[in-house]
Design a protein around this ligand. Structure first.
Ligand code: SF4
Ligand code: SF4
Length: 151
């Protein structure tokens, strides 16, 4: 349905602004990466500057040699994972209207959910111009990782 080069506008048409427990379960163990102008939108939503947003609400994480930002995780007992600081058991995502792009694309119950996650990986994480990123991506593919086709 989608490929590596599908434009964001088309991809977002598949990401319905729904909110239910099935998807939210993941928010107990991690958070989604921001991309594009997400930081700007999230800062506006929270009524803080982008600088304050980074300092108070976001943390950096690395994948395929790319540093990305995501909402801070509340880790317990030194575990690498934890609940997203914006997740509330009763309310769900407290920044739903301005949540990170990777969260928006998390469509757990759709048969194209995995493709959306792969689209994000190709377009916002793996960097074709970075040798180390491509090397790590090669290792991922060799170990059975999935990828999308070019158009
Ligand atoms: S920002 Fe919202 S949707 Fe994303 S991980 Fe946090 S609680 Fe979940
Ligand atoms: S994509 Fe499906 S599982 Fe996820 S929030 Fe929407 S309805 Fe729930």
């Amino acid at each position: 349905m989608i490929n590596k080069n599908t434009p964001l506008k088309e991809v977002l048409k598949l990401a319905h602004p729904c909110k239910c427990d099935a998807c939210s379960n993941g928010c107990n163990y991690g958070s989604g990466f921001l991309a594009g102008d997400d930081a700007k939108k999230l800062a506006k939503f929270l009524g803080v500057s982008e600088e304050k947003l980074r300092e108070k609400y976001l943390e950096e994480a690395e994948q395929f040699n790319k540093k990305l930002l995501r909402p801070k995780l509340e880790r317990k007992h030194g575990k690498p994972y934890g609940k997203c600081m914006f997740y509330d058991k009763k309310e769900g995502c407290r920044v739903h209207e301005a949540k990170p792009m990777q969260c928006k694309l998390a469509m757990g119950c759709k048969n194209y959910g995995e493709e959306l996650m792969l689209w994000f990986m190709h377009n916002h994480i793996v960097d074709e111009n970075d040798e180390k990123s491509m090397k790590e991506f090669g290792v991922y593919l060799k170990s059975g990782g999935k990828a999308l086709k070019d158009a």
